[in-house]
Design a protein around this ligand. Structure first.
Ligand SMILES: Cc1cc2nc3c(=O)[nH]c(=O)nc-3n(C[C@H](O)[C@H](O)[C@H](O)COP(=O)(O)OP(=O)(O)OC[C@H]3O[C@@H](n4cnc5c(N)ncnc54)[C@H](O)[C@@H]3O)c2cc1C
Length: 376
């Protein structure tokens, strides 16, 4: 068993750690307050090659392993969970099915520019009445002789207000299983609503999207009709490990902030970190953080080796997201009133971490999946 990161993984971690310290942390609060898509930092992330890390060199990416990708996700999330959300959307969910199934025309016009941050993508799965229960989605594609016609409504779509293209999960009128379509936002009938006001992840805009009889050429079907359900399964484990990595990143930010504070804040004539109550709290947090990180690394390794990972990815995401919320809460208590002040970052970590309980499957759904895998 080898727990040591290899030279490339160490170098990726170091590169993103420095980038986040220098470029992201100083801007994170300002981005959160602006509540807008962070174009400037998004373009800087594009230059690091992050958007192409998960794709092979033959497809225009850099062919990094999944462990390296998760190390980068942890670092970005430590700096700003909003930035990590729009960047992971671009590097995996919005582009994966295009990489896998689109023809050269779509790849040249959208996929390759997306890897450089020149086109922005989103994935449209959730609907007003279909969240956890994705198989009940109603967005309908009518199959015509020489084209498709797409109609329906989506909600909570990350990056939608600035997106150039979407990967859309829909139901065709001739098949019970779901299918995946490529949809440029410039097409007539694509309407993007205004950004939804959110508790956290405020620099990662999300909005409603509606499709009103949008005409799609035949090559905009990604994969076969009915292949959407299995297609989603191809990347579900990785999406979950990625959300777990995001959880570790935001938890680490909260933990490190509280640790610094515990060492410097003095009450009753000594640093508060010298009081046993704070020491025990910090030690508990350190154990949980390390456990979640190990879970993420192990699940990332299973994904990388293409080994069975359904249960482990669900466990990693469940544990890491619950841990992130516990740590943000405990870290905020260590800082007391300064954990409550808008001028300090702790409140942002606390607000942002709530997202990790939702994206990639809620805790209830993950537990149901784990129990199913246990044969229950
Ligand atoms: C910031 C943000 C960004 C997002 N970005 C995207 C995006 O880019 N694209 C996209 O398609 N979607 C996106 N989503 C949507 C997200 O994937 C869904 O919110 C998520 O799948 C949960 O769906 P829901 O909110 O409708 O909750 P629901 O499914 O309605 O769940 C409500 C509650 O019921 C529980 N529940 C549901 N079913 C069961 C069951 N069978 N047993 C026990 N409990 C159950 C849930 O655990 C939860 O507690 C985003 C959401 C957020 C908050």
């Amino acid at each position: 068993m080898d727990f040591k990161l290899n030279d490339i993984q160490v170098s990726v971690q170091q590169t993103f750690r420095e980038f986040v310290n220098k470029r992201v942390i100083p801007k994170a609060a300002e981005m959160d307050e602006a509540k807008e898509f962070p174009h400037e930092l998004f373009n800087e992330v594009a230059k690091t090659g992050f958007f192409g890390m998960r794709y092979p060199e033959s497809a225009g990416g850099s062919g990094m392993d999944i462990i390296s990708y998760m190390l980068a996700v942890i670092e970005l999330s430590r700096g700003s969970l909003s930035l990590a959300a729009v960047c992971t959307m671009q590097s995996l969910m919005a582009t994966y099915f295009i990489y896998r199934y689109a023809d050269e025309e779509i790849k040249n016009k959208y996929f390759l520019p997306a890897l450089k941050g020149k086109k922005i993508g989103g994935i449209c799965m959730t609907e007003p009445n279909a969240g956890s229960d994705l198989m009940s989605i109603k967005t309908l594609v009518k199959v015509k002789a020489d084209h498709y016609e797409l109609s329906g409504q989506k909600i909570w779509i990350t990056s939608a207000p600035v997106a150039d293209f979407f990967t859309v999960l829909a139901r065709t009128d001739n098949h019970e299983k779901l299918s995946i379509f490529f949809v440029p936002t410039s097409l007539e009938g694509v309407h993007v609503g205004k950004s939804i006001e959110k508790l956290g992840l405020r620099a990662s805009p999300t909005s409603e999207v509606s499709f009103d009889k949008v005409i799609l050429p035949k090559n905009y079907l990604l994969g076969e009709i009915g292949a959407g359900t299995n297609g989603l399964r191809e990347i579900l484990a990785e999406i979950r490990v990625m959300t777990a990595a995001m959880s570790v990143g935001v938890a680490r930010a909260a933990f490190e902030t509280a640790l610094d504070y515990a060492k410097t804040r003095e009450q009753f004539g000594r640093p508060i970190g010298k009081f046993q109550a704070i020491k025990l709290k910090m030690a508990d947090m350190a154990v949980k953080l390390e456990t979640a990180r190990n879970y993420v690394m192990h699940a990332a390794w299973l994904c990388n080796e293409d080994l069975p990972r359904f249960r482990e990815s669900a466990m990693a995401k469940l544990y890491a997201s619950e841990m992130a919320n516990e740590i943000c809460d405990a870290a905020s208590r260590v800082m007391a009133s300064y954990g409550y002040a808008m001028d300090f970052p702790m409140q942002r970590y606390l607000r942002d971490a709530r997202f990790t309980l939702i994206g990639g499957g809620t805790s209830e759904i993950l537990k149901i999946n784990i129990a199913k895998d246990l044969g229950l």
